[in-house]
Design a protein around this ligand. Structure first.
Ligand SMILES: [Zn+2]
Length: 335
């Protein structure tokens, strides 16, 4: 019987499909995916269909999640090139999660590995449901609850036409939120306004820290391991002394040889961002509202200060033990 998705806030059917460990009969897994496609009344290759999974990252029951990806691709026709096969990062010990989602209706079948089977949940993840507080309350007992915000924020944004580079930020960060969006917008501003010249490099001083740092890594390839990002936590007392309004990190643009160049201090206006969605709505409503503004970084991001730096000063700013804003002269005097 075809499950009902309509006329209910969430129709939840929990079915455990035993799959078994490595080497077991995979035909049951294939049947589960085919059934999910049938439940969604969709066909292989539909561009209205999204597959969202943590399969490349996790190992369940000793079996790498990536093993499941070929059958998923073959049965759904979803692919990276079609931008309808999206991933999200999880720790390796995390359960395998696979969501098939229809963008036009919001219908979803979420399959979460449990013991040696899958919990299958059929949900109506329409924009209106996801933007309702009552709906979120009903999701409390779901088997997919630990992934629910991830699935809702990414699938919902995909359905609204969010750009692929933004969805790649969601992959690393494993969800979309106003914080990672702020990082995406700052990164877009950097690309537009501060393109690198020959022989220059960026170093992002991530301070204060929030979700934005994960967008810098994806969009600008500024990773801590390659020293493109220096992550510095500030105490509340240190933050209170910063003279930049709404400080959102500082970018060093320096000569690769001399280490000298300039520094750009950014501000991010969260108050302005918050106004895009009703105050009482769930966080994801703001995430969805933001999709329309991702190519307008200047609406929220401002350059608070731009100043020259010597090689010595740049080193002082990124070295452990210093408050980079203090080195830059962007703090009030210490009492
Ligand atoms: Zn976040």
């Amino acid at each position: 019987m075809k499950p009902m998705f309509k006329h209910v806030v969430a129709m939840i059917v929990l079915t455990l499909v035993a799959i078994g460990p490595a080497g077991a009969d995979d035909s049951r897994f294939n049947r589960m995916i085919s059934q999910a496609m049938a439940d969604l009344s969709t066909v292989k290759g539909s561009t209205d269909l999204l597959c969202l999974t943590n399969a490349p990252y996790v190992r369940s029951n000793g079996r790498p999640g990536i093993d499941y990806l070929n059958p998923i691709q073959e049965l759904t026709g979803c692919s990276v090139g079609n931008q309808n096969l999206l991933f999200f990062q999880r720790a390796q010990f995390y359960p395998l999660s696979i969501t098939l989602f229809r963008g036009s209706t919001g219908e979803a079948v979420v399959m979460t590995m449990k013991n040696d089977g899958f919990a299958i949940e059929r949900l109506e993840l329409s924009q209106s449901n996801l933007s309702s507080k009552a709906f979120w309350k009903e999701t409390e007992g779901l088997a997919c609850k630990p992934d629910f915000f991830t699935i809702a924020s990414i699938a919902g944004s995909w359905a609204l036409g969010a750009p692929y580079d933004y969805l790649k930020c969601a992959e690393l960060h494993n969800h979309l939120c106003p914080g990672v969006s702020s990082g995406y917008l700052i990164a877009r501003m950097i690309l537009d306004q501060y393109p690198l010249k020959q022989g220059e490099r960026y170093t992002m001083i991530s301070s204060p820290i929030w979700c934005k740092e994960d967008a810098f890594q994806v969009v600008l390839d500024l990773t801590p391991g390659k020293r493109g990002m220096i992550v510095k936590k500030l105490t509340q007392a240190q933050k209170d002394r910063i003279t930049v309004k709404n400080p959102a990190g500082m970018l060093l643009i320096t000569d690769k040889k001399t280490g000298a160049g300039k520094c750009v201090a950014f501000s991010f206006d969260f108050d302005k961002m918050r106004k895009l969605a009703p105050k009482e709505s769930p966080k994801v409503a703001l995430v969805f509202a933001l999709v329309d503004y991702l190519d307008e970084p200047r609406r929220f991001v401002t350059v608070a200060k731009e100043f020259p730096v010597t090689g010595k000063m740049a080193q002082e700013m990124i070295t452990a033990g210093s408050n980079p804003y203090e080195v830059a002269g962007l703090t009030t005097p210490q009492n």
